[in-house]
Design a protein around this ligand. Sequence first.
Ligand SMILES: [Zn+2]
Length: 154
Amino acid sequence: MDFDDAIAVMAEHEIKHATDEPDDGFVMRQLALSLLSVSAGSQQLLYFAGSKFGKKLSFDAEDRVLVLEDVADLFDRWGYGELTVTDEEGTVIEIDESLFVDDLEPTTDKPVCFFLAGMIAGCLQSGCGEKHVVNEIACQAQDDEICRFKVREA
Ligand SMILES: [Zn+2]
């Protein structure tokens, strides 16, 4: 479903469950879907905001894989999702239960984790000193089994 429909489903769901425990992911998910429904340019906006934030973080490691391990620890601590590096060069990253996907409701027809992609790129620039580009090629929001990201130097 498109972002507008996804927002409607979320809103209805949250009204029905208004007395349940607050959902930490709800605000982030709502913000991302609302921005993404406004214009395609919001993808770049969310990515840029994430990279800006990531660049402010500092890392002891300089090696890409080691920096990504530190990023995985941060993501774990902040509840951003379970980040795994799936190859030795650190060019493929998977995130399970991203903050922007949360309980997988509702599904969308496009990826939604642009903020996290940008943040990873920013962290890599901060740690390694090289500009990186991170693209989400699969997303649990669109019913893929995992959120998967390709990483390359810019
Ligand atoms: Zn995703």
